[in-house]
Design a binder for this molecule. Sequence first.
Ligand SMILES: [Zn+2]
Length: 126
Amino acid sequence: MKGYTTVSISQTLMEAILESAKALYPKETILLLRGEKSKDIIKITDLIVPPLATYGQGFATIPTHMLPIDFSIVGTVHSHPSGNLKPSPTDLNHFWGSILMIVSFPFVNETNVAVYNREGEKLTLK
Ligand SMILES: [Zn+2]
């Protein structure tokens, strides 16, 4: 596997993502991830609510031309109320940034979280 292999996130940010997913359940939450890239690690530093996100209608409905031109944004996170941790074909077709994070129902802890690269390969989360 080339490129980034590991994504690091603080407990505080992880909890904020899980809380957001719980709050919007059964709709999907969508957030942008801001972070710092170094060699093979992406460190997530902030969460950003995307402009004009239409919650609950799927990841594909973020109007990508409305997204900020901000190179500190490393990817996106969205929730899967179904409980499935795998990215859907739609998720991979609308991949934005370097990483795609998915949080799945019941949004309790890191076992309900997975992160993927553009090829759909699972990365290490710590
Ligand atoms: Zn999805």
